[in-house]
Design a protein around this ligand. Structure first.
Ligand SMILES: Nc1ncnc2c1ncn2[C@@H]1O[C@H](COP(=O)(O)OP(=O)(O)OP(=O)(O)O)[C@@H](O)[C@H]1O
Ligand SMILES: [Mg+2]
Length: 247
């Protein structure tokens, strides 16, 4: 049995009186791509924020490699943040910064590199996502699909070992969806990273991942391969496949 690179153990999180996560446990193997599915508001984005250390759970452990990051202070989290790239829901670019500066942001945050080196990395990451020469453009000048790709370039800017994708294809037309899915698969192949993809799009999930997990009522209802997922008799899984759960 391989040791997981990320182990989520009995994690709970509430906001005011709303219990969003209620005992989530999930192990993620090094180098795998796993999809987290679930209806709207089930806590998928919250779970990614907990893994990246942006939020703290009320209970439970989040072990990255061998260290539980939950009790860590901001400054102790820095080395973990350096390992993790995140594509935020809706891409979430900084509107007042150029495309190039958006991609450079995490590099400046984590490293003291020369301007020349930063420019070179930014150019390389934009090239990887199929966007060359857009450094000077402002986010408002980009299409939705381009913004997602810039978000992706920013997520991989510091060569993370783990990439968290929050709804990478939501709101995109089929051609751009296909393109982003291909990019995720390609980055996986080239960079050998561990990836967690949050989506409510089953087709995208099948296209990019090794395993699927369904988040339902604060817990993981199932985790398994596409085959196991499709064959599952668990009611929530059937409902999700038959689109009875509003995503
Ligand atoms: N910082 C916060 N303060 C208060 N409530 C929050 C906060 N973050 C999330 N929530 C609540 O937690 C619940 C889960 O939110 P989350 O964004 O994780 O859902 P989601 O599964 O990502 O949904 P979607 O598919 O719509 O993106 C929601 O009801 C949301 O309002
Ligand atoms: Mg979300």
């Amino acid at each position: 049995m391989k040791t997981p690179i990320i182990e989520i153990k009995s994690v709970s999180k509430a906001f005011e009186r709303q219990q969003v996560l209620n005992g989530v446990s999930l192990g993620i193997q090094k180098g795998e791509t796993i999809t987290i599915l679930g209806g709207s508001g089930t806590g998928k984005s919250v779970l990614l924020k907990l893994i990246s250390g942006l939020e703290k759970p009320d209970r439970g452990q989040i072990v990255i490699e061998t260290r539980d990051i939950v009790p860590l202070r901001e400054n102790e989290l820095i080395p973990f943040r350096r390992k993790i790239g995140m594509l935020f829901q809706g891409a979430a670019l900084f509107d007042s910064l150029s495309t190039g500066e958006n991609v450079a942001y995490p590099i400046r945050e984590h490293f003291r590199f020369s301007e020349e080196k930063i420019r070179k990395i930014v150019r390389e990451k934009l090239r990887l996502v199929g966007l060359e020469g857009v450094e000077e453009k402002m986010p408002a000048e980009l299409s939705g699909g381009m913004k997602k790709r810039v978000g992706l370039a920013r997520a991989i800017a510091i060569d993370p070992e783990i990439i968290l994708y929050d709804e990478p294809t939501t709101g995109l037309d089929p051609a751009n969806t296909e393109r982003i899915n291909q990019l995720i698969a390609e980055l996986q192949r080239i960079l050998h990273v561990t990836s967690i993809v949050v989506t409510h799009d089953l087709e995208s999930a099948y296209a990019v991942t090794d395993r699927l997990a369904l988040l339902h009522k604060g817990r993981i209802a199932i985790v398994g391969t596409q085959k196991e997922f499709l064959a599952s008799q668990i009611q929530e899984v059937r409902d999700f496949i038959e689109k009875k759960i509003i995503a």
